[in-house]
Design a protein around this ligand. Structure first.
Ligand code: NAD
Length: 501
């Protein structure tokens, strides 16, 4: 295998090469520009960190302020454009992105390390979300409700909020920006976006498509950089709402700061998702879905399965199957043919996984497979073996904290009731699954589980773009993304009392 001498996606796709020409740029008031200081940061390939994809602007608060001013200036005209006309511009951008789906998948794999097959699925999913959400241009309905007064008509309409901030993580670098930007724009808001500093390429390609589609200047602005750029967006009183996806710690901080000035917040946060396997489960099916949920995307999904809660009688049979799935994974560079699991995003993530596995060992868990960084031809990248921990107890650190890596903890329980209690015992509440053939137990699970997403006989990671997505407890706050519910976040209601004389 040759990791170093292969054409990069930038060489294969000229548009991507142009976008990454040094330095890549911010997009403010309809123009591509450097950060005011001229400072840049490098974006690296997680499979081969010596490979720099490009340099991006290290923006300062002054750059954020200019982007927000541009968005304020554009708001009046954009918000008064009839929604179906807004939808036409957005639809043109989506059509361009569809034409470039393969380029996007390569860029996504390159910047995030995700294997190409998963990158293609993410691009398709992001495009599906955009197509579903742009149709809101012709929905956005209010209600007419009968008045108790004679000669009076009462109805409600949705109004845009103003300038909104979108702050996104690195683990879905195309889909998450895609499914935030369309509902924000189609409802008449103007936008300042900040992608994760690890993966800014896909967002730049999305913004480029909107630029080429003829979106008016200032309606969508892109400011690159790290946490300080996010903080500047959150702190600006002109930002009326913030849609954030990322860690629970940062989400809580954003909520504190934004809610102090009554800005709306939508927070999609971390998870510690459980798959419950009962003694009547189809174990082949359960193992297949759990393995995909745990090790797919190298475990770096908010909905990743990180705990298996299994009844003692079937634990050993399930473990045998899970071990077989782990052994079948082909870990490697995401753009190499046939790879099924890529690297972690960076050194910090790799250190975190190593730290948690060491803690698990100290606390008495057993490493049934994996439990180590991968060497040899993979030693330069942030590769870690798919890992299965057994003998984990509900109070262990790895059973409670989000690891965000390819580590699956197996907890054995004696009853269905105990399984439900253990599943709910963590601060998170994003996703869960149960594997059983018993319809009574299915309804018991559905009534008991404190998670925003529920799954029966399918993986915790399953979600569809036209259904509401989000978590309870420490996993989410402020309204669901996707589905019809997302429009509620990006609009507010006005109620009319109209007396006709
Ligand atoms: P992160 O919280 O470190 O960063 C997310 C974004 O916030 C980045 O753009 C970052 O630059 C920015 N940021 C960091 N500090 C900030 C601050 N003080 N103020 C404003 N912005 C700030 O998260 P991450 O490491 O990029 O992503 C991984 C996390 O995201 C995991 O916890 C994962 O579970 C979660 N996640 C949740 C969902 C969901 O839908 N629930 C989806 C994907 C990822």
């Amino acid at each position: 295998m040759t990791l170093t001498h292969r054409p990069t996606p930038a060489a294969t796709f000229p548009n991507l090469g142009d976008r990454l020409a040094t330095p890549a740029l911010n997009y403010v008031a309809g123009r591509w520009e450097e950060a005011s200081s001229g400072a840049t940061f490098a974006v690296r390939n997680p499979a081969m960190p010596s490979e720099v994809l490009g340099r991006f602007p290290e923006s300062a608060p002054a750059d954020v302020a200019r982007a927000i001013t541009a968005a304020q200036d554009a708001f009046h005209t954009w918000s008064r454009l009839p929604a179906p006309q807004r939808g036409q511009v957005i639809a043109r951008a989506i059509a361009l992105l569809k034409e470039r789906a393969e380029e996007l998948a390569h860029a996504l794999s390159w910047e995030s390390g995700k294997v190409l097959a998963e990158a293609r699925v993410e691009v398709t999913r992001g495009l599906n979300a955009m197509e579903y959400l742009v149709a809101e241009a012709r929905r956005q309905a209010g209600q007419t409700i009968p008045s108790e007064l004679p000669g009076t008509v009462t109805y409600t309409v949705r109004r845009p909020l103003g300038v909104v901030g979108l702050i996104t993580p690195w683990n879905f670098p195309f889909a998450i920006p895609a499914w935030k930007v369309v509902p924000a724009l189609v409802t008449g808001n103007t936008v300042v976006m900040k992608p994760a500093e690890q993966t800014p390429v896909c967002t730049a390609l999305i913004v480029q498509a909107f630029d080429e589609a003829g979106l008016p200047s200032g309606v969508l602005n892109l400011v690159n950089g790290g946490p300080a750029v996010g903080e500047a967006i959150v702190a600006d009183p002109a930002i009326k709402a913030i849609s954030f996806t990322g860690s629970t710690a940062v989400g809580k901080l954003i909520n504190q700061r934004a809610s102090a000035r009554l800005a709306k917040v939508q927070l999609e946060l971390g998870g510690k998702n459980a798959a419950i396997v009962l003694d009547d489960a189809d174990l082949d099916l359960a193992a297949r879905e759990i393995a995909m949920g745990a090790w797919g995307t190298t475990g770096q999904r908010c909905t990743a399965t990180s705990r298996v809660i299994v009844m003692k009688g079937v634990a050993s049979a399930l473990l045998d199957r899970l071990k077989t799935h782990a052994a079948a994974l082909k870990v490697g560079h995401g753009l190499e043919d046939g790879r099924t699991m890529g690297p972690l995003i960076n050194q910090e993530a790799l250190d975190k996984v190593e730290r948690y596995v060491a803690i698990a060992r100290q606390e008495g868990a057993t490493v049934l497979c994996g439990g180590e960084r991968l060497g040899g031809e993979l030693s330069e990248g942030y590769f870690y073996a798919p890992t299965l921990l057994t003998g984990v107890k509900p109070h262990h650190t790895v059973a409670n904290e989000e690891i965000f890596g390819p580590v699956l903890s197996v907890i054995e329980v004696g009853s269905c009731e105990e399984a439900l209690q253990v599943a709910n015992s963590v601060p998170y509440g994003l996703s869960s699954a149960v594997f059983t053939r018993d319809v009574g137990r299915v309804f018991g699970y559905a009534e008991a589980l404190e998670t925003g997403l529920l799954h029966v006989n399918c993986a915790t990671v399953l979600s569809e773009v036209h259904l509401p997505f989000g978590g309870m407890k420490d996993s989410g706050f402020g309204g669901r993304e996707m589905g019809p519910t997302v429009i509620d976040f990006f609009t507010e209601w006005q109620t009319m009392y109209l007396r006709h004389l």
